[in-house]
Design a protein around this ligand. Structure first.
Ligand SMILES: [Zn+2]
Length: 321
C-alpha cells in the first residue's frame, strides 16, 4: 500500500516518509533534513502540497506507528517533536489524510488516538472514537467553521472565559451531554435553559461515565475561585488519563490527581497560579505531557523552563493565549 519514497539520516535519527503508491515523484511530499532546536527537540519539516493534510507518525521499530499530529500544509508542514529529547530513537513518517481531517495533536489511548484541537485561552476539542468532546467552549462559531457539533461538553466554572450560554446553544443538539460545575449548573437553572436537563452536575470528588468517557471532578480553587463552585476534571479516554486544571492555584487536594498522562494547566499569574507555581505543581503531579493553557500575558516558555527536563515531563506549547 505504501512505499518508502524518502529516507534521510541525521545523527542517530532516521526520518522516513512513506507515501501512497502511485504518487508522481514530483508531487511527493518530502521531509527536509532533520534539525534540532536549542532545546534539542527535533523540528520536523515536510514539504508538501498546499492545502493537503497529513498525519505525522512516529515509531521506534518501523512496525508499530503512533500518531503525532495531523496538520494542514501551507506548502510546508512544521512540527516540533517535544518528546524527542527523552527518547533514544524515533522514526517518522507522514501519511496523507483526508482534506477535511481534524488537525491537532494526537494523544494515544487504548481505543485509538484522541486528536486535541486547541482553540484559544481555555478552550479545546478532543476528537475521540467519533465523539466530539469540548472543554470550556466560549465561541459561537465552531460549527460554522466546520468543527463537529458536541457530543460531550465539560465546563469547569461560570466565568465568561469558560462558560458562554450562546456558545453552548450553537454547539449542542438534542443528544449532547454537558458535565458542569455547581456554579455553571446554577446559571443554567436561572436562565431556564433547556440544557439543564442534559447537564450532569458534578461536585468536587464526584464522577460520571458518559458515552464511554469517565470524568471525575477535582478541586479547582484560589482566592478568585471559591472552593466547590468550579471543577478541575480528570477525563479518561480509553485508559488515558487527562487532567484539566480549570482555574486554580497549586494549593488544592491533589490526592486524586495521579497517573496523569496529559495535563492542561493554567498559569496566567493574575487570576490563577503563575508560571513558577504552576511549574512546581506540575512537577509534583508528574504527568507525561503538559500543555500550559489559560496563560494570558504570562510567558508559557518560562513555565516550560521551570518545569525543567530532569523529570522527563514533555511540555507542549500551543498558541492558546
Ligand atoms: Zn479563567
Amino acid at each position: 500500500m505504501y512505499r518508502p519514497c524518502l529516507a534521510s539520516l541525521g545523527a542517530n535519527w532516521l526520518a522516513l516518509m512513506l507515501c501512497a503508491a502511485g504518487f508522481l515523484p514530483a508531487q511527493s511530499p518530502q521531509f527536509a533534513r532533520p534539525r534540532w532546536n536549542a532545546e534539542a527537540e527535533l523540528q520536523l519539516e515536510l514539504q508538501a502540497a498546499n492545502g493537503q493534510r497529513y498525519q505525522l507518525q512516529w515509531s521506534t521499530n518501523l512496525v508499530d506507528w503512533r500518531g503525532l499530529a495531523t496538520a494542514a500544509s501551507t506548502g510546508l508542514v512544521q512540527h516540533v517533536d517535544t518528546a524527542s529529547p527523552y527518547v533514544p530513537q524515533r522514526f517518522y513518517r507522514a501519511l496523507q489524510a483526508a482534506t477535511n481531517a481534524l488537525t491537532g495533536d494526537h494523544i494515544p489511548t487504548a481505543q485509538g488516538d484522541a486528536i486535541m484541537r486547541h482553540f484559544n485561552h481555555a478552550t479545546f476539542l478532543l476528537w475521540w472514537n467519533n465523539l466530539a468532546i469540548y472543554v470550556d467552549p466560549t465561541a459561537t462559531t465552531y460549527v460554522s467553521q466546520g468543527y463537529p457539533r458536541a457530543n460531550l461538553i465539560f465546563v469547569t466554572h461560570e466565568h465568561n472565559d469558560h462558560y458562554n450560554l450562546n456558545a453552548l446553544n450553537t454547539l449542542t443538539n438534542a443528544q449532547t451531554v454537558l458535565v458542569v460545575s455547581s456554579s455553571v449548573y446554577a446559571l443554567l437553572v436561572s436562565a431556564a435553559s433547556p440544557l439543564t436537563n442534559r447537564s450532569v452536575r458534578l461536585l468536587n470528588g464526584q464522577s460520571t461515565e458518559q458515552m464511554g468517557v469517565h470524568v471525575e471532578a477535582v478541586p479547582a480553587t484560589n482566592d478568585r475561585h471559591p472552593l466547590g463552585a468550579g471543577n478541575g476534571y480528570i477525563v479518561t479516554l480509553g485508559g488515558t488519563r487527562l487532567y484539566i486544571s480549570g482555574d486554580t492555584s497549586a494549593s488544592i487536594d491533589r490526592s486524586r490527581i495521579t497517573n496523569i498522562d496529559v495535563a492542561f494547566v493554567c498559569c496566567d499569574g493574575r487570576y490563577n497560579m503563575g508560571p513558577p507555581e504552576a511549574a512546581q505543581f506540575v512537577r509534583a503531579i508528574r504527568p507525561k505531557v503538559v500543555y500550559p493553557y489559560h496563560y494570558n500575558q504570562a510567558n508559557p516558555a518560562a513555565f516550560k523552563a521551570q518545569v525543567g527536563r530532569d523529570l522527563g515531563i514533555e511540555v507542549r506549547l500551543r498558541p492558546w493565549e
